[in-house]
Design a protein around this ligand. Sequence first.
Ligand SMILES: Nc1nc2c(c(=O)[nH]1)N[C@H]1C(S)=C(S)[C@@H](COP(=O)(O)O)O[C@H]1N2
Ligand SMILES: [Mo]
Length: 249
Amino acid sequence: MNQDVHQGAGEDRPEERGTPVGRRVFLGTLALGAIGVVAAPPLQRGLEGFLGSAAGKDPTGLTGLLPNGGGFRYYSVASSVPRKNAGTYRLRVDGLVDHPATYTLADLRGLPQTRMVRDVQCVTGWRVPDTPFEGVRLSRLLDAAGVRPTARAVRFTCFDGTYSESLTLAQARRDDVLVALRMRDEDLGHSHGGPVRLYVAPMYFYKSAKWLSGITVTDEVRPGYWEERGYDVDAWVGRSNGRDDEPTS
Ligand SMILES: Nc1nc2c(c(=O)[nH]1)N[C@H]1C(S)=C(S)[C@@H](COP(=O)(O)O)O[C@H]1N2
Ligand SMILES: [Mo]
């Protein structure tokens, strides 16, 4: 497991593999002495509040309180993720398209880049304000692929071998949805899903699939990893089941 984002903080733990809830609770309890958070979204609001107050932190887990890691917490549902670089990374675009394609990192870097500065909001309550992301608009890749008329949705898969996400075609074509190569004005590091992750700015951060390796155009939305475990497919910040205590807009 890679914890380099939060080294020194002693606060965070990579998300444990998708094991039954009982096991997560057990792991969370084990970890109580040393850390503030065990990240397991369906459980986390309860558990995080518990751990947070035990650690003397604000139980909402707002990121301003974290001393290190720039406010981010490392999440992975896979216990280990292979590293990919410019030589080994590939992004496949396929499904209901006329021109399936495989992009290298150099290919993606060669396309027009869009930079956006928005708040990152995890459904469990932590937030990182004003975070720059930069990359290729997803709509550009979809247009290049030639989406067929029967298409309704897009499915995202990851080279961690486990995670998945989805968007409707209309959501996927928004201007604020990126295939991101950079975050905080640096190339995306491995912990944050590098070299390439999805960035869905208007939705909770679980929509922003890390280690993106596949974009498949489909005829209907197929719920992603966390959505099969109870989270909203339409994860608009402030308007889904991760609703904030405070308004965010
Ligand atoms: N492949 C993959 N992508 C993922 C996740 C994951 O576990 N695996 N977790 C999601 C969740 S719940 C959050 S909050 C963010 C965390 O991103 P970070 O690790 O860069 O902070 O990634 C999202 N994308
Ligand atoms: Mo999250």
